[in-house]
Design a protein around this ligand. Sequence first.
Ligand code: DC
Length: 224
Amino acid sequence: MKTTNIAIDGPAGAGKSSIAREISSELGFIYVDTGALYRTIALYAHRHSIESVEMLIRQLDEIEIELSFIGGTQRISLCGEDVTDDIRTPEISMGASNVSAIPEVRNFLFDLQQKIAREHNVIMDGRDIGTVVLPDADLKIFLTASADERASRRYMELKEKADCPTYEEIRADIIKRDYNDSHRAIAPLRQAEDAVLVDTTDMGFHEVCEEILSLIRDRLELDD
Ligand code: DC
């Protein structure tokens, strides 16, 4: 049976994951956060003090990544250990951006992403889902917002936590990752020609979810 695949791409901090999570639970789809895959490779490199690209490429076969979906929530394990929470640090964010520029790493993760989409109805978010991983997705969304707005949302999210970076640090980090992600030679972040652009700079969370849900319902000819 053919599955339904929705691709959501966009820069860091555009709200892809919270929006995709909400929409997938509404539709009963699985939400696949592909950034977690790159983060897990970065965590492996960090834990094994791998500093050269060649060494990481040589060790890719040692890296066993498994995704599971518990109550619709994605958990990720690295060589049998659940690392879902360990991959959410600023250091690993930057490491993920770096490893994601390596073609061998992208190939390594490509099959896994396509297999999940073949087997399940998915909302998959990332940077190259509409352009490379799921070029035949039923609907492609390119979700974006200004760098200032993305930095301020991230700051609001983190500000109660210990060691919260300053707004300026978060903004600088976002701009650097945008640059890395959209200038790498392979599968750079860009809007697919047939993707619908949704700029959320002046939109609230529920407004964005409603807009995307209505795009999906129109495309799939579902009732409200
Ligand atoms: O979405 P995120 O911030 O968790 O992603 C972490 C990094 O992984 C991001 O800087 C770019 C990379 N990435 C990618 O290159 N392709 C994807 N499909 C998803 C993420």
